[in-house]
Design a protein around this ligand. Structure first.
Ligand SMILES: NC(=O)c1ccc[n+]([C@@H]2O[C@H](COP(=O)([O-])OP(=O)(O)OC[C@H]3O[C@@H](n4cnc5c(N)ncnc54)[C@H](OP(=O)(O)O)[C@@H]3O)[C@@H](O)[C@H]2O)c1
Length: 318
């Protein structure tokens, strides 16, 4: 496994297993299988609804000695209902208990979005709070306390724009080590890549394969397919690889961590084997030409009528 060094000195594996949409009854086997195949990094979140089962699998691989805790990297996230500073530690403790762990390697603020107190999942716009009502800087102080307590090794954010990262970097005592965002050839985010390189924030690429198993309500009409794109297919044929492998190795070659999700043993193996592919400059240039600023995970679900969140203020893009 290759590693990227984070700003706090931690060595983060460049590749890990995504677990969003990994169903109960499937994710235990997927985590065990992935460790057998050489994975040492799992990306989790309480909202995925499967942390207790991921935790059973982690217990098993640690108990059986297949991997040592110090060699395993586990990321989880703070959900939007727990941004109030007094809710951060209890949320982390619940995740640690579900995952059967004493500490996380990385704890991320999942979205720059806040639910009103007591709301589990908003049904209407008035069940959100604007970020101004509960600023990220306040949540961040509570995240920093989690590091001081030894419950997490590194902290970071997810779905943050350059503007929001910049604001946070100005007030943070512990700088965010990671921003986990959607990244793939149709959404290359070159400005973000340059900004994060400059500020020593590591990017993690989510939805690297196009997140094809998202629920239909989250899909747009006529979404383009990464896995079926002819340029990706050509590069794959050149390397005797699959399109998925090319998409994964493209992400790592750009210096981003990548966390493809799979519950299928064949694809779990295929995905880690992508790390041995060498993409050359011509491959990278061909893939660079596919950029079209297309998001699969648009965030439109945070924008029911009356919500303080809009496409503009969520992504800070026009
Ligand atoms: N921070 C955030 O807001 C956020 C948002 C989205 C995702 N994430 C994280 O990022 C992870 C990855 O993103 P994602 O799950 O949305 O999408 P993804 O990894 O881009 O795609 C997952 C889909 O690709 C299939 N697949 C896996 N390997 C394949 C291969 N080699 N060839 C063809 N198809 C393949 C999977 O099916 P099988 O399972 O059947 O193989 C599944 O349908 C998530 O699981 C989650 O951990 C974070």
């Amino acid at each position: 496994m290759q590693y990227f060094k984070l700003s706090g000195g931690q060595e983060m594996p460049v590749f890990g297993l995504g677990t969003w949409k990994s169903e109960k009854g499937e994710v235990y086997r997927a985590v065990c299988e992935s460790v057998q195949q050489g994975y040492n990094h799992v990306d989790c979140a309480p909202i995925y609804g499967n942390e207790p089962e991921v935790g059973e699998a982690l217990s098993e691989v640690l108990r059986s000695g297949q991997i040592a805790r110090k060699d395993l990297w586990v990321t989880s996230k703070l959900w939007n209902d727990a941004h109030a500073p007094e809710n951060v530690l209890p949320a982390l403790q619940k995740t640690l208990s579900d995952l059967h762990l004493e500490y996380l390697d990385l704890f991320l603020i999942h979205w720059p979005v806040v639910f009103a107190p007591g709301v589990g999942y908003p049904q209407s716009g008035d069940e959100f709070l604007p970020l101004e009502a509960l600023p990220i800087s306040e949540t961040w102080k509570a995240m920093e306390e989690c590091v001081k307590k030894g419950l997490v090794r590194a902290i970071g954010v997810s779905n943050f724009s350059i503007k929001k990262l910049d604001q946070l970097l100005r007030t943070a005592v512990i700088a965010p080590a990671v921003n986990q965002i959607e990244l793939h050839p149709f959404l290359q985010q070159k400005d973000m890549l340059a900004y994060c390189a400059d500020k020593n924030v590591r990017l993690t690429a989510y939805a690297p394969l196009g997140s094809g198993d998202r629920p239909d309500r989250m899909k747009g009409a006529d979404e383009p397919s990464l896995l079926k794109h002819p340029v990706i297919a050509d590069v794959a044929a050149k390397h005797g690889a699959t399109p998925g492998q090319i998409l994964i190795k493209w992400a790592v070659t750009r210096g981003t961590v990548v966390i493809p999700k799979s519950v299928n043993p064949k694809r779990i193996k295929e995905n880690i084997e992508s790390l041995s592919i060498d993409l050359d400059q011509e491959d990278m240039e061909q893939i660079a030409s596919l950029d079209r600023h297309f998001r699969y995970v648009t965030g439109s679900f945070w924008q029911p009528p009356g919500s303080p969140y809009t496409m503009e203020n969520l992504w800070d893009e026009k």
